[in-house]
Design a protein around this ligand. Structure first.
Ligand SMILES: [Zn+2]
Ligand SMILES: [Zn+2]
Length: 603
């Protein structure tokens, strides 16, 4: 391990800067894979990538190359389009640069000097326009130099274990109004073994990519004819989604929730009242109806408040729980949309629970039980995080203090452990975020539970107390999946497309060996449909092996093969997709098995 920098007063200094400024003391940063050391390594790898690109594409101009959560990227502009196939060539060039062991040198220059040095480079001019300093620093390795604050490794030889991940488009400076330039993402480690592990994990994630599986299994699609971020649910995907909706519907009803439904478009006045107009307007879509401004709902809260107002609510009615599969629209920048994970229209499994202050804790505990039940159904483990008051917030300090404490008490008293996200709350209240861990250990933000005493105040809704006085209820917003779109994306990757029977778009495929077995197959199909198992009969004019292969590729939970023996004895040959073995069981045994699985599939 070598020293590559110093960490002092919350800042990373590379060795070049330590020497330049004569910095003493602080904590040594060694090439040990710590967060600070990786920051130096990865930023240096980004520069080395830029150097390689410059050698391969001499016309290349560079914007910025920051370190991000997963590695680094560099934004740049070239005349010839670059695609994923070119990454190997760039990597090879980077390896040459590494073995040349160029020292990485730093020098300072005045703003004017830099302005003239890069006078034909509009991207550098754009970078410069965001900096006010008069003296700037340049890092130089071999022939390549770049305007940069650092930090950097001492030489290119120390950058050995890297991989370029993908090419993407990016708006210059992240602004949609600007031109689209090229971005390459990469990763870099000190140890070869760490890079190997990363690549293995990355390949597994690619195999599970829900966009790829979504196309292969014909679950959903996106079309330019419709618009970006607006998913189309194909028949198989719509069946899967429908099953998830039904499972969840029953789970809500058992827990005393009432289904309600509000409109998708509401008067802008309602959004003024809710605070969304002042705090969330840039993410909403507006239109005009009969000369009045209307907004497409980004949340379902207002509709549910109006439902609450429809009744004379007494303390005896509380807690009152309304749920809705609420379709909402939120404007996401086109650069951040990603399959089903980030879309502009989605459906929340949204509920609002109105209760007394005293009931708040019990209501939260009950919601946590719901979360537990749902997560264990899909074999997810999960973590929780409490988010506190953000900078942009409404409501007084007393409200934030008591509600935040209430949430933490509910978690503490029930033995839940949780993290804290300081300042991460919604603008109207603190919240619990639910983060699930999938089959390959990735973390996903899903549902939230938010406590809100502000909206009932703003909309002036009340219930009658036992003393016949009026009191404002507490409103708890909660979604467990978060949205059907995102959750189904996560489920697809978690199960690698091999969905359990409870939600699989097709539960059973029956493959008759010959036409003479078709009637028996169809009879089986009918009986399975009757118990709500979506079943297909594979009767195309193709060889038996081909039809079995096609069924296996569809990743259905169960494949049944039926021939002479099965028809004669009222049996089925159940095929295991993974081991490719068949077991012969009676039809009754098969149906008992299905029903037992269905019985267990409760949330
Ligand atoms: Zn740099
Ligand atoms: Zn809400």
């Amino acid at each position: 391990m070598e020293q590559i920098g110093i960490y002092k007063d919350g800042q990373i200094y590379d060795l070049q800067t330590v020497q330049e400024l004569g910095i003493e003391g602080g904590e040594a940063i060694k090439s040990d894979g710590s967060a600070h050391s990786l920051e130096i390594l990865r930023h240096s790898t980004a520069h080395m990538m830029a150097q390689a690109i410059k050698e391969l594409y001499p016309e290349a101009k560079f914007f910025v190359g920051p370190v991000v959560k997963e590695g680094f990227y560099y934004d740049f502009k070239v005349d010839t389009p670059i695609n994923d196939d070119d990454l190997k060539t760039i990597e090879k060039k980077m390896k040459d640069i590494a073995s040349s062991k160029y020292p990485i040198e730093k020098y300072t220059a005045t703003r004017d000097e830099i302005q003239s040095k890069f006078k034909d480079d509009e991207l550098k001019q754009a970078v410069l326009s965001n900096i006010t300093d008069d003296t700037l620093t340049i890092y130089k390795q071999g022939e390549f130099e770049d305007l940069c604050r650092g930090p950097h490794m001492p030489n290119t030889r120390m950058i050995r274990n890297f991989k370029l991940i993908r090419v993407a488009g990016a708006y210059l400076g992240g602004d949609e109004e600007n031109e689209m330039i090229t971005r390459i993402y990469g990763i870099s480690f000190f140890e070869r073994s760490e890079l190997r592990d990363y690549i293995t994990m990355h390949e597994e994630a690619l195999k599970r990519d829900h966009r790829k599986l979504g196309t292969e299994l014909k679950l959903f699609a996106f079309s330019d004819n419709i618009g970006a971020g607006l998913p189309l649910w194909l028949p198989a995907g719509a069946r899967l989604r429908g099953k998830l909706e039904q499972l969840l519907y029953k789970a809500h009803r058992i827990r005393g929730y009432e289904p309600v439904r509000g409109p998708e478009i509401l008067k802008a006045d309602a959004w003024v009242k809710s605070g969304h107009y002042a705090n969330y307007k840039e993410n909403m879509y507006f239109t005009e109806v009969d000369g009045q401004e209307y907004g497409l709902k980004p949340m379902n809260c207002v509709g549910h408040i109006e439902v609450f107002r429809e009744d004379q609510v007494s303390y005896r009615d509380l807690p009152m729980k309304f749920f809705e599969y609420g379709v909402v629209h939120r404007h996401e920048l086109s650069g951040v949309m990603h399959g089903l994970f980030r879309v502009r229209e989605f459906t929340q499994d949204d509920a609002h629970i109105f209760c007394t202050k005293e009931q708040t804790k019990d209501v939260i505990i009950e919601v946590l039980e719901f979360v537990e039940s749902l997560m264990s159904h899909f074999n997810f483990t999960y973590e929780m995080e409490v988010s506190t008051k953000p900078k942009k917030a409404i409501g007084d300090d007393a409200f934030w203090e008591t509600t935040t404490k209430g949430i933490m008490d509910a978690l503490d008293e029930n033995g839940y452990s949780y993290g804290i996200d300081e300042g991460g709350g919604a603008f109207y209240g603190p919240k619990i975020d639910i983060k699930i861990l999938d089959a390959i250990g990735r973390k996903w933000q899903c549902g939230t539970i938010q406590v809100d005493m502000n909206l009932p105040e703003r909309f002036d809704i009340n219930y009658t107390t036992s003393e016949d006085t009026k009191e404002k209820p507490v409103m708890i917003h909660r979604a467990i999946l978060g949205s059907f779109e995102r959750f189904i994306g996560i489920l697809t990757e978690h199960f690698a497309g091999e969905f359990p029977l409870s939600i699989a778009p097709t539960g059973v495929i029956i493959v008759p060996i010959a036409d003479t077995h078709l009637d028996y197959a169809k009879q089986l199909q009918k009986e399975l449909q009757e118990i709500e198992i979506d079943t297909e009969v594979s009767s195309k004019n193709e060889s038996l092996n081909k039809r079995i292969r096609v069924a296996e590729k569809q990743k259905v939970p169960m494949i049944l093969v039926v021939g002479d023996d099965e028809v004669a004895n009222n049996m089925v040959a159940l095929r295991d997709r993974r081991t490719r073995e068949q077991s012969n069981i009676t039809k009754d045994e098969f149906f008992t098995m299905i029903k037992q699985t269905q019985e267990k599939a409760k949330i």
